[in-house]
Design a binder for this molecule. Structure first.
Ligand code: PLP
Length: 389
């Protein structure tokens, strides 16, 4: 008997676990590894958030179950954040839901919405969780290719109407992982209008909403008139507040979608530890100074990395957000071939673009989650490898 369900058996192999295994082996052989594959900030969580956690953790009334949808304080803080940042008004009781990290929410929304064989349109390349969650829910994916020449925004016009007609859900992700692409409100406007025309719903993943550079500000899907009729937006404190391990995020927007998700969740989890939600509320209500300071550091790293890559002939258009660099692999390499050779010969780990989908072939992703010197050392080793071949 195979104790794994067919859906679990047929999940594509998680390539990060293979890379990690090899990384450990090489480390044991004494190689100095620089892992630019990890999509997590290298900074600690800001002190004021930790202080709030400690304070709330000492209050016994916080040791009980949270309400299913999350505590009032966190949901109100999310609504205030949307009002202040985007000018979007939300009802904290009906249009906001606490998540145990947005990954959980995205996967559970997919299973809350899909019937077997229903189709979802996913960005290509895209965050691998989308495809696995669709697969686990018994659904099918259709691809929304991102256009490299246009900040990796989709060309909605190039997709045939039958595709829009056949989907139940469209996933969007701006600022984008892995391409570091960003969009303007107009992209969301087009998506909302297509959703209304062809009767599907939208989930926009805003995990990098606050990670932007210079005067670029990422728009919210909900800034589009009527977006709440068809869509939700997922938010996360993981990347912007260096809180990946805390597991705190939220979803906002369409009541019916949030209700469907809340139904799945109330049957499978009981929300997040109250002190974590309260510390998260403190973060969202802050002046975002901590976020801006991190962004300035990421941008400095980015400028150095882009210019070093440029010196070795790898051209990258400077992104306006996220902490990723999405670059074309050098001539003569596949994504996988390049990242394997780089890891084996130099100890530098990058993520091969093809793990994010077919359109990712020919690219690799660097995460800027290391100090500048280590990043430049990694690019130097990359250059050395290219001189060799
Ligand atoms: C990191 C990431 C998430 C998940 O964030 P959590 O809130 O930590 O679960 C979601 N979407 C994208 C695109 C990400 O890169």
């Amino acid at each position: 008997m195979n104790i794994r369900s067919e859906r679990v058996q047929s999940l594509p192999p998680y390539i990060f676990s293979r890379i990690n295994k090899r990384k450990k082996e090489l480390q044991q052989e004494g190689m100095d590894m620089i892992d630019l594959g990890i999509g997590a900030p290298d900074f600690p969580t800001p002190e004021f958030i930790i202080d709030e956690l400690i304070k709330e953790a000492k209050n016994p009334s916080n040791h009980r179950y949270s309400p299913y949808g999350g505590c009032q304080e966190f949901r109100e803080a999310v609504a205030e954040f949307y009002q202040k940042r985007y000018g979007v008004t939300l009802d904290p009781d009906k249009e906001v839901l606490t998540l145990i990290g947005s990954k959980e929410g995205i996967a559970n929304l997919i299973s809350a919405v899909l019937n077997p064989s229903d189709t979802v349109m996913v960005p290509d390349p895209g965050y691998p969780v989308y495809e696995s969650a669709i697969h686990l829910a018994g659904g099918k994916s259709l691809y929304l290719p991102l256009d490299a020449s246009n900040y990796f925004q989709p060309n909605f016009e190039l997709i045939p109407d039958e595709h829009y007609q056949s989907i139940k859900l469209m996933l969007l992700n701006y600022p984008n992982n892995p391409t570091a692409g960003t969009c303007e409100l107009n992209t969301f406007k087009k998506a909302v209008s297509l959703a209304k025309q062809h009767d599907f719903v939208i989930a926009q993943d805003a995990a990098y909403d606050l990670m932007t550079f210079e005067d670029y500000r990422a728009p919210s899907l909900l800034q589009v008139n009527g977006a709440k009729d068809v869509g939700v937006e997922f938010g996360s404190l993981s990347k912007s507040f260096n809180m990946t391990g805390w597991r705190i995020g939220y979803v906002v927007g369409n009541q019916d979608l949030i209700d469907a998700l809340a139904t799945v969740k109330s049957n499978t989890d009981t929300s997040q530890f109250l002190p974590i939600q309260k510390a998260g509320a403190k973060a969202l209500r802050s002046d975002l100074q901590a976020v801006h300071e991190n962004n300035a550091i990421y941008e400095e790293r980015l400028n150095h990395v882009i210019s070093a890559l440029d010196d070795m002939g790898i051209k990258v258009q400077k992104p306006r957000g996220t902490f990723y660099v999405w670059a074309e692999v050098p001539e003569g390499f596949t994504s996988m071939g390049f990242s394997e050779e780089l890891m084996e010969k130099t100890g530098v780990i990058v993520t091969p673009g093809n793990v994010f989908g077919t359109s990712g072939e020919g690219y690799f992703r660097i995460s800027l989650s290391h100090p500048k010197d280590r990043l430049l050392e990694a690019v130097r080793r990359m250059n050395e490898l290219l001189m060799e071949v």
